[in-house]
Design a binder for this molecule. Structure first.
Ligand code: UD1
Ligand code: CA
Length: 456
């Protein structure tokens, strides 16, 4: 298949320098694992056949990238050895190789490098960049034929070269078929490893062409090997993404504590206030005001809604809603339009109809609530009996009095009322009032008789 494109992401490195208990490629930039950045760049570049070379701990990577094929590199003998492990997954055409710890590579660079690779009929085209400080990267030696020297193996003269190898390459599958074998690698290097970078020089030696595609933005090739560089990548990505939203007409008056993930979408005219984290695939409509001090992950917020000092995950909020301050939405909350959720309200698996108000100190879990209901202060669904979860259903225009306990499975009909302090454990019919509390008793002069109490 001459046009088949396969991406191979090298992700078996232990991350010794990161000192992390989890695989290095799962370390996060803007709260998104580096590996997922790389996979998404391939998908956006139109490459759907993606192979990931993982170590023994590949299960944790598999759940993050279910659309990819996995191969295991049992012994970590270097990047060249890692690519050898992927060889059974090649289907001809061109192979894109990427490091799983280089999150900023863009689809444009991937496509640009492919174009040059095909035009020049190269066996290998590496993506390079000119860095102010090339420390830590392999240097590109532009001789004929072109080759790469790892920093540890450079001469003093070579160390001064600022054009570096990104770890991203296009390679011709037919060339790899014969050249990707142990004999191609010089394991006499400082690390005694199979260096993938040797493939660049090997192309020239085999009478094939190799080239370099310099990417326009040198930040694209930055990788993270330790915590310091990871923090640096976070800072770069954070500023770049906030500036993109500012250019699109999003109002972010202060940068303080604002973190916006790479997959977040915000309509122009929304306002993001200090201390706000927008993560995952969060989408914010026009005219919204989010923050201060809020965290939204995979949340979809309709136009003109306000989320104040609240914590929301995996939910949808309609238009013209207000949430918070100090509300929490656990996964599965769906508010229609014009809903008000006030302070110290927690919702979970809850569908709430248009115009309903849940203003204070309430917990609603596993429930369906109709339109224009009013929840008084301190309503609680007792949705869990220690073994199982049960559903509460409330119709339209219901009025749930303060401190009502709803013990499901139970329903409250349209326009029904519950008196304050009621424990509802039977269905309340449409338009009825449920009162379930003990009657008040008055014991006259009780205090005088029971407590030593001096008047004046
Ligand atoms: C590599 C390149 C270097 C380049 C730099 C860019 C080599 C020899 N060097 O160096 O020229 O400038 O990337 O960031 O390729 N991995 C495996 N199996 C292994 C070893 C590594 O899967 O046995 C994976 C790692 O998880 C990582 C990637 O390969 O995602 C790169 O490995 P790393 O050790 O970080 O290479 P660098 O020293 O950064
Ligand atoms: Ca690296």
């Amino acid at each position: 298949m001459p046009n088949h494109l396969t991406a191979v992401i090298l992700a078996a490195g232990k991350g010794t320098r990161m000192k992390s208990p989890k695989p290095k490629v799962l370390c996060e930039v803007l709260f998104k694992p580096m590996l997922r950045w790389t996979v998404d760049a391939c998908l956006k570049a139109g490459i759907t056949d993606i192979v990931i070379v993982a170590g023994e701990d590949k299960e944790s990577l598999e759940s993050l990238c279910p659309e990819c094929t996995f191969v295991c590199q049992q012994e970590r003998l270097g990047t060249g050895h890692a690519l050898m492990m992927a060889k059974p997954c090649f289907h001809g055409g061109q192979i894109l190789v990427l490091n799983g710890d280089g999150p900023f590579i863009t689809p444009e660079t991937i496509q640009g490098a492919l174009q040059q690779h095909l035009q020049e009929k190269n066996a290998v085209t590496l993506v390079s960049a000119i860095l102010e400080d090339p420390t830590g990267y392999g240097r590109v030696i532009r001789e004929n034929p072109i080759y790469i020297v790892e920093e540890r193996d450079t001469s003093e003269e070579q160390r001064a070269i600022r054009e570096v190898n990104s770890g991203v390459y296009w390679m011709d599958a037919d060339f790899l078929e014969t050249a990707l074998v142990p004999e191609t690698f010089q394991t006499g290097n400082a690390q005694k490893e199979y260096y993938l970078t040797d493939m660049v020089g090997a192309a020239g030696k085999a009478g094939k062409k190799a080239g370099a595609f310099p990417c326009l933005d040198s930040n694209e090739i930055l990788g993270a090997n330790d915590r310091k560089t990871l923090t640096r990548l976070n800072a770069i990505a954070k500023t770049r993404i906030i500036e993109k939203h500012l250019d699109n007409g999003v109002d972010i008056p202060f940068f303080d504590g604002v973190v916006i993930g790479p997959d977040v979408e915000i309509e122009p005219g929304a306002s993001i206030l200090p201390g706000t984290l927008l993560l995952g695939h969060t989408r914010i409509g026009a005219g919204c005001e989010i923050g201060p001090n809020s965290r939204l992950e995979d949340a979809e917020i309709g136009e003109n809604s306000k989320i104040k000092a609240s914590w929301l995950a995996r939910c949808t909020v309609g238009r013209n809603c207000t949430v918070g301050p100090f509300a929490q939405f656990r996964p599965g909350v769906h508010l229609k339009d014009g809903v008000k959720v006030g302070d110290f309200v927690e919702l979970k698996n809850a569908a709430v109809g248009n115009g309903t108000s849940i203003a204070h100190l309430t917990y609603l879990g596993d429930c369906t609530i109709g339109e224009k209901c009013n929840f008084g202060c301190g309503v609680v669904t007792a949705n869990y009996d220690g073994k199982q979860k049960y559903q509460t259903i409330v119709g339209d225009r219901a009025f749930i009095g303060c401190n009502t306990n709803l013990i499901p499975p139970v329903s409250v009909g349209d326009g029904a009322y519950t008196a304050a302090g009621t424990t509802v454990d039977q269905d309340v019919p449409e338009g009825a009032l449920a009162i379930g509390r003990s009657r008040q008793e008055i014991k006259e002069n009780w205090a005088d008789e029971h407590i030593a109490f001096k008047k004046g």
